[in-house]
Design a protein around this ligand. Structure first.
Ligand code: SIN
Length: 286
């Protein structure tokens, strides 16, 4: 097995078949995952059962509450966009499940049907985002927490993504995002803005533009300004971004605590079907 770091963040792992990993090989993959934040495999021939078995080696599977499930495998969430749909899932920088009290460890995404061109996924390193944060911003976030929520995305509000995009499941049969009732019942958690990563022990910046709503204990103007400065730092941190080009047989597995990702929506008129399994995480500490 070879582990090769790629530009920006992440590592490509070659010379393995994820269906047949010895315990020693699996441990090496786990270590690479903790160190690099995102790992990539190419040319894997995996069934849905293989995908589930690989993900289960990392922990319990989180059954997605908002995305349509694979008709035969509830553990697999469909990240799907049909040719006649305009909006995609994950089409902006985010990390999955920060709206949960115990945010997911990570997700394993398998390409099932790809557009002829486009549909790459961007990743950003939140380890490097923290390391390169200017001292003045480090001081501002020291000891602070932020409030996260998924209601404005998955909930009933008139401006929610569920209601304003064609990804929402209304009466037109698209059925990609649903269960807005469950979103309304979420109790919004607070997480430290700088976490000690549960696997690596390294510091990572833990806010994201999709789900982080406000800095606790600041007035709205001050909070909006600080979050905007933090997000801009990551948006413009091209040295710690990686653009992953999918091929048939590609798999990406990212750590939700140390990375952001963004599914580019630049393939209008074409279909893109991905299978995602998300793994349960733990509470986050500073
Ligand atoms: C996601 O945000 O989970 C989707 C990523 C992708 O489709 O590339």
């Amino acid at each position: 097995m070879q582990i090769t770091a790629v530009d920006g963040l992440g590592a490509e792992i070659t010379g393995v078949d994820i269906k047949n990993l010895s315990d020693a090989e699996f441990r090496t993959i786990q270590e690479a995952f903790a160190e690099h934040g995102v790992i990539f495999f190419r040319g894997q021939d995996t069934s849905e059962d293989d995908h589930i078995a690989f993900a289960e080696r990392f922990g319990d599977i989180n059954i997605n509450r908002f995305f349509a499930a694979h008709p035969d495998y509830p553990q697999i969430a469909l990240v799907a966009k049909e040719a006649d749909q305009k909006d995609n899932i994950g089409g902006g920088w985010h990390t999955d499940h920060s709206y949960d009290h115990e945010p997911a460890l990570g997700s394993v995404l398998v390409a099932r049907e790809l557009p002829q061109s486009g549909g790459d996924t961007m990743f950003a390193s939140m380890y490097k985002a923290y390391e390169t944060l200017p001292d003045a911003l480090k001081e501002k976030v020291e000891g602070r927490s932020a409030l996260h929520s998924g209601k404005h995305i998955f909930g009933e509000g008139p401006d929610s993504y569920y209601n304003t995009s064609d990804a929402g499941s209304h009466d037109d049969g698209t059925n990609r995002i649903g269960n807005s009732d469950a979103a309304e019942k979420l109790t919004d958690p607070e997480h430290p803005i700088v976490i000690k990563h549960p696997l690596s022990g390294k510091k990572a910046l833990y806010v994201n533009p999709a789900f982080t709503r406000e800095v606790v204990g600041m007035d709205k103007v001050e909070s909006d300004e600080l979050l905007s400065d933090l997000f801009t730092h990551v948006f413009t941190g091209h040295g710690f971004h990686h653009r992953f080009k999918w091929e048939p047989g590609s798999i990406a597995m990212w750590d939700n605590r140390s990375t952001w990702h963004w599914a580019l929506n630049d393939y209008q008129g074409q279909r893109r079907i991905m299978h995602r399994i998300t793994i349960e995480g733990c509470p986050l500490e500073a």
